[in-house]
Design a protein around this ligand. Structure first.
Ligand SMILES: Nc1ncnc2c1ncn2[C@@H]1O[C@H](COP(=O)(O)OP(=O)(O)O)[C@@H](O)[C@H]1O
Ligand SMILES: [Mg+2]
Length: 313
């Protein structure tokens, strides 16, 4: 399975290009396109109502819009249950209301996003291509960074948990003074790490996030940068490229959308600048601005027929 993320500034045409690419790839491959943008328009583009359910659009093409709010709620409920089960004594201390405040913590949306990506990558393996239409750049970079950020945290938390277990064990070893004639019993078993629920959970999380990072950085995953021939789009694309470099995520394709005869010279400059920033060796695909078409349903046939061969990798 190949995974593609369509990224770029709002309005440059991510959804349009992702939809056209999905449509074209589906002529030869089994394709699932998932919209992660809270402002969905995948259904509009394909002229169908999706309502948070996966829909088969053509024999080889499936469409899905992820309800981020609902994902965030489900994620939080699951984690809250795990927390209150693990720390049941907090209930006795009447501290469990802190959990209900968690839903306002930063990062919940990003985690919900990441969970839906992880789920799709894990479960939808019978597709040849998995395409993600992403939310605006900032949120996209934050959720792409999450597996690595989380791995660092988990490592730190694991070390802290080991220290706690070590201290507990030491405290257990402290004993009352021996009575006269009592024999000192030196034989004590060391604590077994695998008995500790919290450490076990940290290890499972570490493995899951490690796997996800490997998939995102690997050969089967690619990021498509969509941009327009204008300065704002250029600046935001440069920020995105820098972010991707930091995260060691592979930028595979550059698509310049809405190119016209009038802006062709600027387009050339923008493409050159982005090739330089990214070190991207391949060509930049230019997609013309089409003023006449509604870019819905069958109109997608007409938008840059070459996307398919570009994106097959
Ligand atoms: N090549 C194109 N020619 C004409 N209109 C386009 C083209 N690409 C995108 N559009 C239009 O630009 C607007 C923004 O596109 P969209 O795909 O929703 O952007 P994004 O997903 O990046 O926010 C839409 O109205 C879309 O129909
Ligand atoms: Mg969009």
């Amino acid at each position: 399975m190949r995974i593609l993320f369509f990224t770029g500034k709002g309005g440059v045409g991510k959804s349009t290009i992702a939809a056209a690419a999905a449509w074209q790839l589906a002529r030869r491959h089994r394709v699932l396109i998932v919209s992660l943008d809270p402002a969905h328009n995948l259904g509009d583009i394909f002229n169908v109502s999706l309502k948070n359910r996966r829909k088969r659009f053509s024999p080889n093409l499936y469409l899905q819009e992820v309800d981020l709010r609902q994902m965030a709620r489900a994620y939080l409920e699951k984690e809250t249950t795990v927390l209150s089960d693990t720390y049941s004594y907090l209930k006795a201390l009447n501290l469990d209301h802190y959990f209900s405040v968690l839903k306002y913590s930063p990062g919940i949306e990003e985690y919900a996003l990441l969970t839906s990506i992880e789920k799709a990558i894990r479960e939808d393996t019978d597709f040849d291509y998995l395409l993600f239409d992403t939310p605006p750049t900032g949120l996209t970079l934050r959720f792409l960074a999450l597996p690595q950020v989380t791995a660092t945290w988990i490592e730190r938390l694991t070390a802290i948990r080991r220290q706690i277990l070590e201290k507990r064990y030491t405290i257990q070893k402290i004993r009352r003074p021996l009575k006269v004639g009592e024999v000192k019993n030196e034989v004590r078993l060391g604590y077994d790490e695998t008995d500790d629920d919290i450490l076990n959970r940290l290890l499972v999380l570490k493995e899951n996030y490690g796997k996800l990072t490997a998939v995102l950085q690997g050969e089967t995953c690619g990021i498509v940068l969509v941009f327009n021939p204008d300065l704002l789009s250029l600046r935001e694309s440069e920020r995105l490229i820098e972010g991707l470099k930091d995260l060691k995520l592979p930028l595979r394709f550059l698509v310049q959308n809405k190119v016209t005869e009038e802006n062709h010279a600027i387009a050339h400059q923008v493409a050159g600048a982005l090739q330089k920033t990214s070190g991207h060796k391949g060509p930049v695909r230019y997609v013309a601005l089409d003023r006449d078409i509604a870019l819905k349903g069958a109109d997608l046939y007409n938008i840059s027929e070459d996307l398919r061969s570009d994106l097959e990798f």
